[in-house]
Ligand binder design. Structure first.
Ligand code: PMT
Length: 409
């Protein structure tokens, strides 16, 4: 699989694995961190090796796995310098009740706990255990103790547990863990901003079972929401129908279907925003007479005439009332891309427009990547080559910060 470099590039991350059934999921975490450019060193407790072998972690991390307290690290980088000295972050996943209890009470009786005591870098616990254990007063007290001491801690997820019960205690998804790790490293340069983002398509019904929509998957808008939140902004996402998961649980999301619904939601919430980013592919037209019942084929005619009427131009309306809010539009074009984009920027009173060639294969609608031109009000433009939508989101938000800074001068 292709390597995607993020802010984890060249970061030295130690992953401590303790003895829980979720240890097998940590293999994916190590793979994911490596794929994002981090150099991962795995430290296993004795109990962890009952669930996964060190060889598995060695293979996916490409580094020697430490599992003995008194080990000779011949020929390895970690033989010469203490691992915790070179680390940028120590992640413990899964973190059992045992390790939480030991660290909370200052016990250092194996390599992992000794390293936690000795390190000055952030330590991030990802707990996973049986529901009753997680809810026990001792585990809760120890967890609180760790939080109070400045350790970072994720809440376990809820659902079916390996022991046959249901409840809180599952390891959160690898994506959620990765997002929390990216969060630890992110510069919070959007702190104080309140960003309203629209994403996805809108759907206009012809009858109860048929609709007019477009190919927007929501990926671009969701990526902007995730990265903006990661960079410290307060984010609200207004989304048309998509198959995507909410990118982060700390982003409030409003789900809408039609352009009119989206307009109402945007108009209700835009006043609180300092920045509005309109990534959504809003249907320009809706059916004039939506049928209440499924339209039947009638007679011998090969044609069905649909009468369409214009939907509200949400961004146009915002352009008139935005005051000093920063308004960012997207332009999905198939020809004369820059010309059309600049026209929209001026006509709709935008501060930035992101021009998208939606006729090009591998980018735009539905793709994981995009390639855009960011055009400022002054006419200055920046071509952003093909990269992941997360990376494009970073660049768009950099451009937003540039506008904010200019305004403050
Ligand atoms: O969702 P993905 O699969 O990741 O794809 C991303 C994308 C291609 C949808 C996205 O990058 C993009 O280009 N979004 C804009 C799509 C669009 O509707 O472009 P437009 O040129 O028709 O509209 C221009 C701007 O006006 C957009 O900001 C749009 O949100 C807004 N608009 C459009 C029509 C309307 N009635 N009201 C609006 O507010």
């Amino acid at each position: 699989m292709e390597k995607r470099f993020t802010m984890l590039k060249n970061k030295e991350i130690i992953v401590g694995v303790t003895g829980g059934i979720a240890a097998y999921k940590t293999v994916e975490l190590v793979r994911g961190l490596s794929r994002r450019g981090a150099n991962v060193h795995v430290v296993m407790t004795k109990n962890a090796m009952e669930f996964v072998t060190p060889l598995t972690f060695q293979t996916v991390s490409g580094n020697t796995v430490i599992h003995e307290m008194f080990e000779l690290f011949t020929g390895s980088k970690i033989g010469h310098i203490t691992l915790s000295d070179i680390a940028d972050l120590l992640v413990i996943a899964p973190a059992t009740a045992n390790i939480i209890g030991k660290v909370a009470n200052g016990i250092a009786d194996d390599f992992l706990t000794t390293m936690v005591m000795a390190t000055t870098v952030p330590v991030f616990f990802v707990p996973s255990m049986n529901t009753k254990m997680w809810g026990s007063p001792m585990v809760q007290a120890n967890t609180q103790k760790l939080k109070d001491a400045g350790y970072k801690m994720m809440e376990p997820a809820s659902g079916d547990l390996a022991c046959g019960t249901e409840g809180k205690g599952r390891l959160p998804t690898i994506e959620e863990i990765m997002e929390n790790i990216e969060d630890i490293f992110a510069v919070k340069d959007l702190a104080g901003e309140r960003i309203l983002i629209t994403a996805g398509p809108t759907t206009e019904y012809i009858d109860p079972v048929r609709c007019i929509t477009n190919k927007s998957s929501g990926k671009m808008g969701y990526a902007i929401a995730k990265i903006a939140r990661r960079r410290g902004a307060e984010v609200m996402l207004i989304t048309g129908p998509t198959a995507l998961q909410l990118p982060r649980t700390d982003i409030p999301m409003i789900q809408v279907t039609t352009a009119c619904d989206m307009r109402d939601a945007v108009m209700e919430h835009y006043k609180r925003a300092t920045v509005i980013i309109k990534t959504a592919a809003v249907a320009d037209f809706k059916c004039r007479n939506e049928a209440c019942q499924k339209i039947k084929k009638k007679g011998d005619s090969n044609y069905l005439m649909l009468e369409l009427e214009k939907n509200p131009d949400i961004i146009g309306e915002l352009g008139k009332v935005k005051e000093d809010r920063i308004l960012v539009g997207f332009a999905a074009e198939t020809d004369n891309i820059l010309e059309h984009a600049v026209e929209k920027l001026k006509k709709k009173n935008l501060d930035l427009i992101i021009a998208n060639n939606v006729a090009k294969a591998g980018i735009g609608f539905g793709a994981d990547d995009n390639e855009v031109t960011i055009i400022e009000k002054s006419g200055v433009s920046k071509e952003v080559p093909k990269m992941s939508k997360d990376e494009i989101a970073q660049t768009i938000l950099d451009a937003v910060i540039k506008v904010i800074k200019k305004r403050k001068k």
